[in-house]
Design a protein around this ligand. Structure first.
Ligand code: SF4
Length: 421
């Protein structure tokens, strides 16, 4: 039986097709959405698609309320030199290429300190896998940042990088993660997930961290008290059934560990990605369509909302306008200010590398919601209930590229050129 808001919402959805109506009713009643039902919802079209987003918005309201969060953070992608050849990646350079760069530890620390002075609470560090990297590099880098800027939360190193550090150092994953934590690591980004389906991974990124290894790094981190985010990359050769199986796997981990802080759908930026630009992967799509993007966030809310709570929309991938719209389709977080962004930019994303707090507030308020600055673990630092606006030095910066540098400048300049040691 449907009661209250759930019942009245469902009653007003009497135009929904017969197959989907009971599935949406069960979701509104708080039952877990099964894989089978998730796949059926993923096929929703036309008015059913609208019903899906309405139900996702209702579940967002119940699970996360009216507050929309963001984090003031800075990305540092300290090298683009990488031994792997993931076909979706336009960021990486082979070590022989002229455009390879490698930021020294002192420069990474300088960027972290500068971010902290501008109000950032988090530095997010991810990079390529340079050949012959000292296996303890990630640990030493973490320790250096912690020593210089102890208050800054270090959100760093994808499972692929953790695995690389472990292999290069000879330390087991568990010990490696424990050392990272002891050095001051706060959380891990749950990137390098793409689609957690080995057959898809073998097509788009042969040689990349396997599903089993990814799950091992993530669950080991959770067991050590290191929380992680979670992601999906879509809009290439996968099908909606892969989305749902991917979410079901994340949900099973979350039920076991409770270690995920959020789920972040990341649609493929295709234009410069080798899989598209060089035709490396037959049948690849040119990224997700707008409907797919909205559907992904709505499905995430229904599949993951009860256990994750936080579904993020990414302005870097989708642009601020679509990211704002996703707040009405299941999302409750707008991610970070970023300050520097290289990975999406190199793949052809058009949305710049800094969106300051004032603009995030404008998007959130215009969506009829309440902005709040959060920390990495979703602790609320300031909820702007009364319509006031943040006072952030980031909003006074007129030319972010001139002030903070950019990927384009980094690869063009010789200042931090990678040299084979
Ligand atoms: S996605 Fe990461 S591991 Fe793959 S090529 Fe790019 S930088 Fe390297």
């Amino acid at each position: 039986m449907n009661t209250g808001a759930a019942g009245s919402l469902l009653a007003s959805l009497d135009w929904v097709s017969r197959d989907l109506r009971p599935i949406l009713a069960r979701a509104l009643d708080g039952h877990e959405v099964s894989v089978e039902d998730g796949i059926a919802l993923a096929r929703a079209e036309g008015r059913d698609f609208h019903a899906l987003t309405l139900v996702a918005d209702e579940m967002r309201r119940r699970q996360a309320g009216e507050v929309v969060t963001y984090v003031v953070n800075r990305n540092v992608n300290f090298t683009n030199v990488c031994i792997k050849h993931c076909t979706f990646c336009a960021f990486s350079r082979d070590h022989r290429e002229e455009e390879g760069y490698f930021l020294p530890v002192a420069e990474v620390v300088r960027r972290a300190r500068e971010a902290s002075e501008l109000g950032a609470t988090e530095v997010c560090i991810q990079a390529g896998l340079p050949p012959k990297l000292d296996g303890r590099y990630y640990i030493d880098l973490t320790r250096a940042i912690t020593a210089a800027v102890p208050a800054l939360h270090i959100h760093a190193f994808s499972p692929e990088e953790v695995l690389y550090g472990s292999i290069r150092s000879g330390l087991p994953i568990r010990e490696y993660l424990a050392e990272l934590k002891a050095a001051g690591l706060g959380t891990l980004p749950g990137t390098s997930a793409e689609i957690l389906d080995q057959a898809i991974r073998d097509v788009i990124a042969r040689g990349r961290i396997t599903v089993e290894q990814w799950v091992d790094v993530i669950t080991t981190a959770h067991a050590l008290g290191i929380r992680t985010t979670s992601t999906i990359m879509y809009g290439h050769v996968e099908t909606p059934a892969h989305w749902i199986h991917h979410m079901a796997l994340l949900r099973a981990i979350q039920k076991d560990t409770g270690g995920f802080t959020e789920f972040v759908p990341l649609s493929l930026i295709h234009s410069e990605a080798p899989m598209w630009a060089k035709g490396l992967v037959p049948g690849v799509r040119p990224g997700a369509t707008g409907i797919e993007v909205v559907k992904m966030h709505a499905l995430a809310r229904l599949m993951l909302g009860p256990t994750f709570r936080n579904i993020q929309s990414s302005w870097v991938k989708e642009g601020p306008k679509l990211a704002q719209l996703l707040l009405s389709a299941g999302a409750n977080d707008l991610g970070g200010t970023l300050i520097n962004e290289s990975i999406s930019t190199s793949a052809g994303a058009q949305y710049g590398q800094l969106v300051g707090p004032a603009e995030l507030h404008r998007l959130i308020r215009d969506a009829g919601r309440v902005p709040a600055q959060r920390d990495t673990l979703y602790g609320l630092l300031h909820t702007y209930n009364d319509g006031e606006d943040p006072e952030s030095p980031l909003d006074k910066i007129e030319d972010a590229e001139a002030r903070f540098g950019s990927y384009r400048r980094l690869i063009a300049s010789g200042e931090f050129r990678f040299t084979r040691g």
